[in-house]
Design a protein around this ligand. Structure first.
Ligand code: FAD
Ligand code: NAD
Length: 478
C-alpha cells in the first residue's frame, strides 16, 4: 500500500521548493523528494541554486569584487589599508557557511509549512505513483493526486574537452578551487564563463575565454554587449570570439586546448579549464517503465504555458522545461502550478523574466532588445542615460555603464530595458515592475525617484525616450 498525498514534488530546487511550500500553504497534503546530500551525507535542499549555483557563485563574486576594490580602488577614495592579501580558505569557508545556512533554511521552511520531506531518488511510475529509493537502497512507494516534476538541469560535457574533475571542471568544480590557478581557460563566454572567469581573474588568474560564437553575448542589447566586452577586457579577461574548442589534451599538470577560428587551428595551454557551454535538463532515470512523458526538441519535458505535461495531473517546472534556466523563472512556475491546483488562475508572464549577469558592472535586461525589435520592423524610440552623468555613480566611483529604455514609437509602451551598472540586478526590478504594469516611458518619466540614486538613471533614460532628459545634452526641445 503506498502512502497517499495531494501533491508530490520531485526536486527541492527553487522551482520545487516554491511549489511545495505554496501547495502546503494552500492546505494540500504535500511531499517533496530530493536526493541532494552534502559532503557529510546530510540532506542539502535548495538544488543547484543554493548548493552549486546562484548563491555560492555570488558569494565568490561579491568577495572577489571587494578584494579587487581593496587592492586597487580604496586608495582613490582615501582609504589606506595595510598590504592586502588573499585568504582563499576563508573566502571558501564564508561561501560554505552561506550555503549551509540557506540549505538548512529551506529545510526549516518546508518543515514549518508542513511539507513532508523525503531524501532519496524519485522515479515517476504509471498511475501517478512515485518510487523513492533512499541512500541505503530502501525503496518506498507513494501515490499522489498531482505530481510536480522539478528535477532541474546539469552541465553539458563536451567530447572536445571532457571533464576530469581535477584540471578540467564544470561550474561546480570551479566554485571549489582551493588555490588560484595561474592560467585558467574557460570554454564558453556565456553567463557562467563570465561570472566565474571574473571571480578567478579578480583573485589573480590569467583568464582566457574561448567562445564559439562570433558575437559576444548575442542575447544582450548590442550597445551594452559592446561596452561590456571592452570593460571585461580592461579587467583582464581575454575573450576570444569565434573560437570553437575542438580538442584538449591533459599534459604534465596542464591542459592543452585546441580551438578553431577563422584563421585556422590554434593551441593554448592552461593550468585549469572550466567547461561552461550550457546546461541540459536532468531527467535521466526520472521515469519508470511505461511512463510516456513527452519531451520537446531540446530534450526538456514538454509543457504548455501552465506547465502541464503530456500526462494528466503531472506538471513540470524550472530548468527541466522550456524557457530560460533561471531560478526566479522556476520559482514563479512552481507557485503558479500549486495555485492552479486549487482552482486559482495565475499565469507566469514570460515576457518579463529579468536576466542578470553578475559581473562588475552587472549586465541586466528585461523585455526585447533594440536589435530584435528593429529586425521585427516594430517602430521604436530609445532613451539612454550614461552613468558617467549620475551624481550617485560619481560619488561611489562606479560610473561605468548605461541604462537604456526602449519604447514603442507610437504607443510609448516600454518594450525593453537594458542596464549595465553597479547594482544592475537591483535596478532592473524597477523596469520589471513598470513593464508588468504595462507602463509607458512617460509613466516612468512622471514617477518620482529618490535623489541621489542610481535609479534616477532609469528615470532619465525614460525621459530621454522623448528627448526630455535633464542631465544629458538633448537636441530635441519640446
Ligand atoms: P535545480 O535547482 O537544479 O534543482 C533540482 C533538484 O531536483 C536538485 O536538488 C536535485 O537533487 C533534485 N532531483 C533531480 N532529479 C531527482 C530525482 N529523480 N529524485 C529526487 N531528486 C531529484 N540562476 C539565476 O536565476 N540567478 C543566478 O545568479 C544563477 N547563478 C547560477 C550560477 C551557476 C554556477 C549555475 C550552475 C546556475 C546558476 N543559475 C542562476 C541557474 C539556477 O541555479 C537554476 O536556474 C535553478 O537552480 C533551477 O532550479 P530548479 O528547481 O529547476 O532545479
Ligand atoms: P550559456 O548558454 O550562457 O553559455 C554557453 C556558451 O558556450 C555559449 O555562448 C556557447 O556559444 C559557448 N560554447 C558552446 N560550445 C562551445 C565550444 N565547443 N567552444 C567554445 N564555446 C562554446 O551557458 P552557461 O554559461 O553554461 O550557463 C548555463 C545556464 O545557467 C544558463 O542558461 C544560465 O541561464 C544559467 N545561469 C544563470 C546565471 C545568472 O542568472 N546570473 C548564472 C549562471 C548560470
Amino acid at each position: 500500500m503506498s502512502e497517499a498525498f495531494d501533491v508530490a514534488v520531485i526536486g527541492a530546487g527553487p522551482a520545487g521548493y516554491h511549489a511545495a511550500i505554496r501547495a502546503a500553504q494552500l492546505g494540500l497534503k504535500t511531499v517533496c523528494i530530493d536526493r541532494w546530500v552534502d559532503k557529510n551525507g546530510a540532506a542539502a535542499l535548495g538544488g543547484t541554486c543554493l548548493n552549486v549555483g546562484c548563491i555560492p557563485s555570488k558569494a565568490l563574486l561579491d568577495a572577489s569584487h571587494k578584494f579587487r576594490q581593496a587592492l586597487s580602488e580604496f586608495n582613490e577614495l582615501g582609504i589606506k589599508t595595510g598590504k592586502v592579501s588573499l585568504d582563499l580558505d576563508q573566502m571558501q569557508a564564508h561561501k560554505g557557511k552561506v550555503v549551509q545556512s540557506l540549505t538548512q533554511g529551506v529545510a526549516g521552511l518546508l518543515k514549518s509549512n508542513g511539507v513532508d520531506v523525503r531524501l532519496g531518488r524519485a522515479r515517476l511510475e504509471v498511475d501517478n505513483k512515485i518510487s523513492v529509493i533512499d541512500h541505503t537502497g530502501n525503496e518506498v512507494s507513494l501515490s499522489s493526486k498531482a505530481i510536480i516534476l522539478a528535477p532541474g538541469s546539469k552541465p553539458i560535457d563536451i567530447a572536445a574537452c571532457p571533464m576530469d574533475g581535477e584540471q578540467i571542471v564544470d561550474s561546480t568544480g570551479a566554485l571549489e578551487f582551493n588555490e588560484v590557478p595561474k592560467t585558467l581557460g574557460v570554454i564558453g563566454a556565456g553567463v557562467i564563463g563570465l561570472e566565474l572567469g571574473s571571480v578567478w581573474a579578480r583573485l589573480g588568474s590569467e583568464v582566457v575565454l574561448l567562445e564559439a560564437l562570433p558575437e559576444f553575448l548575442p542575447a544582450a542589447d548590442r550597445q551594452l554587449a559592446k561596452a561590456a566586452l571592452k570593460q571585461f577586457e580592461r579587467q583582464g579577461l581575454e575573450i576570444r570570439l569565434g573560437a570553437k574548442v575542438i580538442n584538449s589534451v591533459p599534459k604534465k599538470g596542464r591542459v592543452e586546448v585546441e580551438y578553431q577560428d577563422n584563421d585556422g587551428k590554434h593551441k593554448v595551454s592552461f593550468d585549469r579549464v572550466i567547461v561552461a557551454v550550457g546546461r541540459v535538463p536532468d531527467i535521466d532515470g526520472l521515469c519508470g517503465d511505461g511512463v510516456a512523458l513527452a519531451l520537446d526538441q531540446r530534450g526538456a519535458i514538454a509543457v504548455d504555458d501552465q506547465c502541464q505535461t503530456s500526462l494528466p495531473n503531472v506538471f513540470a517546472v524550472g530548468d527541466a522545461v522550456r524557457g530560460p534556466m533561471l531560478a526566479h523563472k522556476g520559482m514563479e512556475e512552481g507557485i503558479m502550478v500549486a495555485e492552479r491546483l486549487v482552482g486559482s488562475k495565475p499565469q507566469v508572464n514570460y515576457d518579463t523574466v529579468p536576466s542578470v549577469i553578475y559581473t562588475h558592472p552587472e549586465i541586466a535586461w528585461v523585455g526585447e532588445s533594440e536589435q530584435h525589435l528593429t529586425s521585427q520592423e516594430i517602430p521604436i524610440k530609445v532613451g539612454m542615460f550614461p552613468l558617467a552623468a549620475s551624481g550617485r555613480a560619481m560619488a561611489s566611483n562606479e560610473t561605468e555603464g548605461l541604462i537604456k529604455v526602449v519604447a514603442h514609437a507610437e504607443t510609448d509602451r516600454i518594450l525593453g530595458v537594458h542596464v549595465m551598472a553597479a547594482h544592475g540586478s537591483e535596478l532592473i526590478a524597477e523596469a520589471v515592475i513598470a513593464m508588468e504594469f504595462g507602463a509607458s516611458a512617460e509613466d516612468l518619466g512622471l514617477t518620482m525617484f529618490a535623489h541621489p540614486t542610481l535609479s534616477e538613471g532609469l528615470h532619465e533614460a525614460a525621459l530621454a525616450v522623448s528627448g526630455h532628459a535633464i542631465h544629458i545634452a538633448n537636441r530635441k526641445r519640446r
